[in-house]
Write a protein that binds this ligand. Structure first.
Ligand code: AMP
Ligand code: GLY
Length: 425
């Protein structure tokens, strides 16, 4: 079987790599892929945009790729799954209405309220005046969120009335386009964040190993938020009891609420959680795709063939699918970024030491790279995800850092404290 992966990040490199380990899979094509997927055996890149739905459909049909796996949220929110399904293709990823669980925070909040899912108290506003009037009477911090997808720039934790005012004015300024037509203002939750991802065929859920992500750029979890600077799995903070509660109190009611709206949701349902100091899970957000870099730490531990699991989801056979099998031990992913990230960052630097890094036994997933005349060139804010696997967290983290030390490019930056919470336990 051949499989098509849509996207160009570390998540898509990890997906392509794992799909190729499934005995069923003979070939993977990435659209558009990156320098890492270009170098994988039995994998190649095809240079099309992720929003070229017609081009992707034509390629899959003409070349007989029955399974299309969609990595990022934007094409899902734009209806790629609906379009490809209408052409008779099997798509791992929800339809446009299902993708609203991530693409509209107001929609997602309404769904959670209807389903009784624990989350921050919130209000939705459609103009700046009413939002500004509301925050006059609130305590701080408070969280101001643009309703739609904003490439990670739509959420502000405001510590004062001035910060909240600035965030509301920015949200309604027009710079977010249609994503900024509504704003959600919500209670600030305290605790530790964790990511519990499940795959679903629209009826049944299978939970993946729980992960944690380091969101901020700076060591000690400081500085501005990024797409994620490192991740590890299975995080011990989400105990088996807590997993059970997340399934029962959050994921199952969410899927039921989605079903009740007539949505046939096939793909990933990702709960971004805050584990409160009392030990209760509350939803910070839902996502409609795999977390990145979380999946770069989760997939290396998966023993079950990924292609079989995804086919069971798209074909509606998950209930009879065998239990997922996992390697014992742990995995940790260290993200190497470009100088300047998460703001304007450098591009075009030649990367050296990739082979030596892999010789340590670590996996080097490319996030923002391309191939140029045989060289690998940095081409994104997050450049690489370097994943170590070990019997323990200490071993996995040490492996990732030993591999990172082999790699260099001008302005290479990575946090030195990935996994500090689990190492300290
Ligand atoms: P979101 O896009 O909704 O996940 O928000 C991005 C990040 O902002 C989250 O990962 C949290 O670190 C932070 N955040 C969002 N909502 C809240 C909240 N209600 N309380 C505390 N932190 C939040
Ligand atoms: N690492 C967070 C996310 O994928 O949204």
């Amino acid at each position: 079987m051949k499989a098509l992966v849509v996207g160009s990040g570390g998540r898509e490199h990890a997906l392509a790599w794992k799909l190729l380990q499934s005995p069923k899979v003979s070939e993977v094509v990435c659209i558009p892929g990156n320098g890492g997927t270009a170098a994988l055996p039995r994998c190649r890149n095809v240079g099309m945009g992720v929003n070229d739905f017609e081009g992707i459909a034509r390629f899959a049909l003409v070349n007989n790729f029955p399974l299309v796996v969609v990595g990022p949220e934007q094409p899902l929110a734009d209806g790629i799954a609906d379009f490809l399904q209408q052409q008779g293709l099997k798509v791992f990823g929800p339809t446009q209405t299902g993708a609203q669980i991530e693409a509209s925070k107001a929609w997602s909040k309404a769904l959670m309220a209807q389903a009784g899912i624990p989350t921050a108290q919130s209000e939705v506003f459609t103009n700046a005046a009413s939002a500004l009037a509301f925050v006059q009477h609130q305590g701080f911090p408070i969280v101001v969120k643009v309703d739609g997808l904003a490439a990670g720039k739509g959420v502000t934790v405001a510590h004062s009335l001035d910060e909240a005012t600035a965030a509301i004015e920015a949200a309604f300024s027009g710079k977010f386009g249609a994503a900024g037509e509504r704003v959600v203002i919500e209670e600030f939750l305290i605790g530790q964040e964790a990511s519990v991802l499940a795959v679903t065929d629209g009826q049944t859920l299978r939970l993946l190993l729980p992960a944690q992500d380091h969101k901020t750029i700076g060591e000690g979890d400081t500085g501005p938020n990024t797409g994620g600077m490192g991740a590890y799995a299975p995080t011990p903070i989400v105990t088996p009891d807590l997993m059970e509660r997340v399934q029962r109190e959050i994921l199952e009611p969410a899927l039921q609420a989605v079903k009740d709206q007539g949505i046939d949701y096939r793909g990933v349902l990702y709960a971004g959680l805050m584990i409160t100091p009392e030990g209760d899970p509350k939803v910070v957000e839902f996502n409609c795709r795999f977390g990145d870099p979380e999946i770069q730490a989760i997939l290396p531990l998966l023993e079950t063939p990924l292609a079989d699991l995804m086919l069971a989801c798209v074909e509606g056979r998950l209930e009879s699918f065998p239990p997922l099998e996992w390697k014992p031990g742990a995995a940790a992913c260290v993200v190497a970024a470009a100088e300047g990230y998460p703001d304007t960052h450098r591009k075009g630097m030649a990367i050296s030491g990739l082979d030596a890094a892999e010789e340590t036994g670590a996996l080097v997933f490319h996030a923002g790279t391309r191939k140029l005349k045989g060289e690998t060139i940095a081409d994104g804010g997050r450049v690489l995800g370097i994943t170590g696997v070990g019997d323990s967290f200490e071993g996995a983290i040490a492996n990732a850092y030993a591999a990172a030390a082999c790699i260099s490019y001008d302005g290479m930056y990575y946090r030195r404290d990935i996994g500090h919470r689990v190492k300290a336990r």
